[in-house]
Design a protein around this ligand. Structure first.
Ligand SMILES: Cc1cc2nc3c(=O)[nH]c(=O)nc-3n(C[C@H](O)[C@H](O)[C@H](O)COP(=O)(O)OP(=O)(O)OC[C@H]3O[C@@H](n4cnc5c(N)ncnc54)[C@H](O)[C@@H]3O)c2cc1C
Length: 425
C-alpha cells in the first residue's frame, strides 16, 4: 500500500452512499479527504434505489442530480398501499408536499454512487480495493487514523487523520473497534428481490399488503422494475427451473395484482437476491476522533426507504457541526446531539410502517389494518406521513395523532392543511 498518503484531514472507510456523501460534504469545506473501500469494483445490489425527495434536494444542491437523471432515474409521484387484488388502501401523493422537491426518484444504487462520486471536489481521493482493518489511537486513546490491510507481499499501512468516518456498513469493523455497542433486531421474514426486465409498470411505489406479507413494485431505469417479495426464512429454497416456476405460480395466485408482471417475472427469476432484514441503532454516533455515518450507525426496514435520506443527512450534519464548532471532538458531540433524536424518529416511523404491512397475524396485523384505514381517511395525517417519509417536512406524529389513527379519538382537523409555519420545523 506504498502510495497511500501518510496523513490527511479525514479518512472515510466505505464508499457506499454514506461514505461518499460524507466525503462530498466534508470535502466541500476544504478538508483533505481519503475514502477507502475494500471492494475493487462495487457489485450490483438491490438496495438504496428509492430516493426520497429530501435526498433529491441534497443531490441537487451537490450538483449530482443531472448525473442521476442521465442514468435514466425514474421519477415517481405517489406511494400506494394496495391489497392483493390491487385495490387501493392508502395513497400518499408526493406532489402535494410543500417546497420544490415533490418526487421520489428510483435509480440503481451503482448510479447513485456514481452520481455522488462525480460531484466530489478535488480535495477528495477515493481508493478502491483497500480494506480498513482497525483504528489507530494516540497516547490518550483518541482515534487518530486507520490501519489498512497490505496487498500481496506488503505489510499494510497506516493513515493518520484528525477525523475518521466509519461508513463501512452494518457490520462496521471500525464501530466494533471503537467499542460502540448496537441494538440489532432481525425481522421474522426475508425479502427476495427480483430485477424484472422489459416491465412497464406505473410511475408509483406500489406496496401490496397481502396474506403472505409485503410485495413491493417500483420502476427502475431501462424499462426494468424491482419486485420485492416477503418470504419466510425457511420458504425460499427453490433453485431449479421447475421449482422456481412452481414458486412463481403460487406467488401469482396469492397476489393477482402482479399478474401483469407474470411474463417478465418468469423470464427474470434468475436475477434475484435474498436479504435478511434488520433494524440497527448504534448507542453512540461518535467517540473522540471517530464518527459513524450511514448503516454503520442505523438501519431500518427497507420498505420505508429511509436509508439514503438518513445517510445524506448524517453527512450534512457532520459537516455543519465541524463548521460550527472549534475542535473536532466538540463537533462530534454536537453531531451526536443533532442526529440522535432525528434517527430515533426515523426508526419509529419506519418500524411502524413496516409492521403495518409485513405483520402476518395477530394484533399487529389487525392494528395495522385499522391504522391504515384511519390514516387513509384523514388528509391531515396523510400529509404528515408524506412529510415524514419524504424527509422534506418532518414533524413527528403526536400521541393524540396516534389515538386518531387507532380510531380512539375523532380528529376534527382532519381536513385542515396542517402546513408548517414558515421557519418552524
Ligand atoms: C434490501 C435493501 C433495500 C434497501 N432499499 C432502500 C431504498 O430503497 N431507499 C433507501 O433510502 N435505502 C434503502 N436501503 C438502505 C440503504 O441501502 C442504506 O441505508 C445505504 O446503502 C447505506 O449506505 P452506507 O454507505 O452506509 O453502507 P453501504 O452501502 O453498505 O456501504 C458500505 C461500504 O463500506 C465498504 N466496507 C465495508 N467494510 C470495509 C472495510 N473494512 N474497509 C473498507 N471498506 C469497507 C463496503 O465495501 C461498502 O462499499 C435498503 C437496504 C436494503 C438491505
Amino acid at each position: 500500500m506504498a502510495d497511500l498518503p501518510a496523513s490527511v484531514d479525514v479518512v472515510v472507510s466505505g464508499a457506499g452512499a454514506g461514505g461518499l456523501a460524507a466525503a462530498r460534504a466534508l470535502g466541500a469545506t476544504g478538508l483533505r479527504v481519503l475514502v477507502l473501500d475494500r471492494q475493487r469494483v462495487p457489485g450490483p445490489t438491490a438496495k438504496g434505489e428509492i430516493l426520497q425527495p429530501e435526498s433529491i434536494r441534497v443531490l441537487d444542491e451537490w450538483r449530482a442530480l443531472d448525473a442521476l437523471r442521465a442514468g435514466d432515474a425514474r421519477p415517481v409521484d405517489r406511494l400506494a398501499i394496495r391489497d392483493h387484488t390491487g385495490a387501493e388502501l392508502l395513497a400518499i401523493d408526493y406532489a402535494e408536499l410543500p417546497g420544490p422537491y415533490r418526487q421520489v426518484f428510483c435509480a440503481d444504487y451503482a448510479d447513485l454512487r456514481e452520481a455522488i462520486g462525480r460531484s466530489l471536489p478535488g480535495t477528495v481521493e477515493v481508493r478502491h480495493g483497500v480494506r480498513v482493518t482497525g483504528a489507530l489511537r494516540d497516547d490518550a486513546g483518541r482515534v487518530a487514523g486507520v490501519r489498512v490491510a497490505g496487498g500481496r507481499g506488503d505489510g499494510g499501512a497506516e493513515v493518520r487523520a484528525r477525523l475518521v468516518v466509519a461508513a463501512d456498513g452494518m457490520s462496521s469493523a471500525l464501530r466494533k473497534d471503537a467499542g460502540i455497542a448496537v441494538d440489532r433486531d432481525e425481522y421474522p421474514h426475508r425479502l427476495l428481490a427480483f430485477d424484472v426486465a422489459e416491465a412497464d409498470v406505473d410511475a408509483e411505489l406500489s406496496a401490496y399488503r397481502t396474506g403472505r406479507g409485503l410485495c413491493l413494485v417500483y420502476p427502475l431505469p431501462g424499462r426494468r422494475c424491482r419486485l420485492y417479495v416477503q418470504v419466510r426464512p425457511d420458504e425460499f429454497r427453490a433453485s431449479g427451473t421447475a421449482e422456481l416456476d412452481r414458486w412463481c405460480d403460487a406467488l401469482l395466485a396469492q397476489v393477482p395484482a402482479i399478474a401483469p408482471l407474470a411474463g417478465p417475472l418468469r423470464a427474470s427469476l434468475h436475477r434475484r437476491q435474498l436479504f435478511a432484514v434488520h433494524r440497527l441503532r448504534a448507542h453512540r454516533l461518535a467517540v473522540p476522533g471517530l464518527a459513524l455515518v450511514g448503516e454503520s450507525a442505523h438501519a431500518v426496514h427497507p420498505m420505508a426507504a429511509q436509508g439514503v435520506n438518513s445517510s445524506l443527512a448524517d453527512a450534512e450534519a457532520l459537516a455543519a457541526a465541524l463548521d460550527r464548532e472549534t475542535g473536532v471532538d466538540a463537533a462530534l458531540e454536537s453531531y451526536q446531539e443533532a442526529r440522535g433524536p432525528r434517527l430515533d424518529h426515523i426508526a419509529t416511523v419506519s418500524h411502524n410502517a413496516a409492521r403495518m404491512i409485513t405483520a402476518l397475524s395477530g394484533a399487529p396485523r389487525l392494528l395495522g389494518a385499522r391504522m391504515m384505514r384511519r390514516t387513509a381517511a384523514n388528509p391531515r395525517l396523510l400529509r404528515r406521513t408524506a412529510g415524514n417519509l419524504s424527509g422534506t417536512d418532518v414533524r413527528p406524529l403526536t400521541f393524540v395523532d396516534r389515538l386518531y389513527q387507532l380510531g380512539l379519538l375523532v380528529d376534527r382537523n382532519a381536513g385542515t392543511t396542517d402546513r408548517a409555519r414558515p421557519g418552524v420545523k
